[in-house]
Design a protein around this ligand. Structure first.
Ligand code: PMP
Length: 426
């Protein structure tokens, strides 16, 4: 029995499914997960000493690669001065100032400890600000696991939302409308019918939780326009896209300005950090300046702030995002070429340093229905073939993949070579 298998067996006795977040258990692809012992640059090493080229990057945060020396040093130095104060500290101010400078629409920001907390708080703030209960989200987008957001569409877009998990009250889900991603016409129709009851629209400006799906031209602009017309707030959930698809996030890339933005992942550089921010007038409604309550014992934690600050400062290097994007494009092109050579129908899509692989004949993938129509069995076999050759992809066909500044051309060539072998055997 390998060390990973041994650990997984022990884990399953004391942790539900053996994991602290479900997708890590490999249920979508079968098999058992390697347990990770350490990570550096573009690589992970498992508990049995096997090395993997990592395209998960802790699900997004590790844009500089793992254990970047400057980030580790910042954490080490800060930790030595105390792990948590529960009182204000300078690092919080520095990170908040940097976020306000980098993210176009953010004038004020509140730190939290996860993406889930960020979106949950942003929704509460939007409801508190507008005095309305209804929210709009899109099928296939994930915004963390707060009750209001674990909701799918009823039998049609204009019906009541249905909880996607036991434990979410139907009465609460009823306030959530779930629409089709990239369907601007449907958004207009819903706003024509009940726009004045809608507190906010929350959207992943590039969808990364149903593989990788860019917004169609005009989609984000339509959201901005209907929200303005009906007095609803537009929330960009940039937990994944923030500091990932551009230094200023998707809002900088696409030039659409949301009222509120949620952040996480890269913002914490691998430490547990989330944030929500936006227009001053809206953010001032949060306690203690306003009546909308939100708080956190470990919010603004100095060690986490230090990791985030070190990360964002490094990301300001001129040309860094262009390089990342070029590398992502090169990998995607290499994989598509390998698929053509081996006669496998494979499409890729990428935005900045996030990308997705789709086993499909379809030319373009624009929403949840397209993703669910892809060949899941092929993905499963591809995933395991790559894992066996030392390439670590997300263990689900519904997840985006991530490039880091630590991935070299040699890593990309090795990945494409592994893919050529695996594809040939599919
Ligand atoms: N929003 C988006 C867009 C996400 O991708 C995620 C996590 N994958 C979340 C929110 C939730 O963040 P967390 O897992 O830190 O709670």
């Amino acid at each position: 029995m390998s060390r990973s298998q041994e650990l997984f067996e022990r884990a399953r006795r004391v942790i539900p499914g053996g994991v602290n977040s479900p997708v890590r258990a490999f249920r979508a692809v079968g098999g058992e997960p390697p347990f990770i012992a350490r990570a550096e640059g573009a690589y992970l090493w498992d508990a049995d000493g096997r090395r993997y080229i990592d395209y998960v990057g802790s699900w997004g945060p590790m844009i500089l690669g793992h254990a970047h020396p400057a980030v580790i040093e910042a954490v080490r130095e800060t930790a030595a001065r105390g792990l948590s104060f529960g009182a204000p500290c300078a690092l919080e101010v520095e990170l908040a100032e940097l976020v306000c400078e980098l993210v176009p629409s953010v004038e004020m920001v509140r730190m939290v400890s996860s993406g889930t907390e960020a979106t949950m708080s942003a929704i509460r703030l939007a409801r508190g600000f507008t005095g309305r209960d209804r929210i709009v989200k899109f099928e296939g987008c994930y915004h963390g696991h707060a009750d209001a957001l674990l909701v799918k569409a009823g039998s049609g877009a204009l019906t009541l939302g249905v909880p996607t998990s036991p434990g979410v009250p139907a009465a609460l889900a009823a306030h959530t409308l779930t629409l089709t991603y990239n369907d601007a016409g449907q958004v207009r129709e819903v706003f024509d019918r009940m726009g004045d009851e809608i507190a906010c629209v929350i959207v992943e400006p590039v969808a990364g939780n149903m593989n990788c799906i860019p917004p169609e031209p005009g989609f984000l602009e339509t959201l901005r326009e209907v929200c303005d017309r009906h007095g609803a707030l537009l929330i960009f959930d940039e937990v994944m896209t923030g500091f990932r698809v551009a230094l200023g996030g998707a809002q900088a890339r696409y030039g659409v300005r949301p009222d509120l933005t949620t952040l996480g992942k890269v913002l914490g550089g691998g430490m547990p950090v989330g944030a929500f921010g936006g227009r001053r007038e809206v953010m001032e409604r949060i306690a203690p300046t306003g009546p909308v309550y939100q708080a956190g014992t470990l919010s603004g934690n100095p060690v986490a702030m230090a990791a985030g600050l070190a990360t964002l400062r490094l990301l300001r290097e001129p040309g860094l995002y262009e390089r990342l994007e070029a590398r992502t494009a090169a990998l995607c092109a290499g994989l598509e070429a390998a698929a053509r050579e081996t006669g496998v129908a494979l499409r890729t899509q990428h935005v900045g340093a996030m990308f997705g692989l789709f086993f499909t004949e379809a030319e373009r993938i624009t929403g949840y229905a397209d993703v669910t129509a892809c060949d899941a069995e092929r993905f499963r076999r591809f995933f395991h073939g790559m894992l066996a050759r030392g390439v670590y992809l997300a263990p689900s066909a519904f997840e985006a993949a991530f490039m880091s500044t630590a991935h070299t051309e040699a890593d990309i060539e090795a990945t494409v070579a592994a893919a050529r072998e695996v594809l040939a055997g599919l």
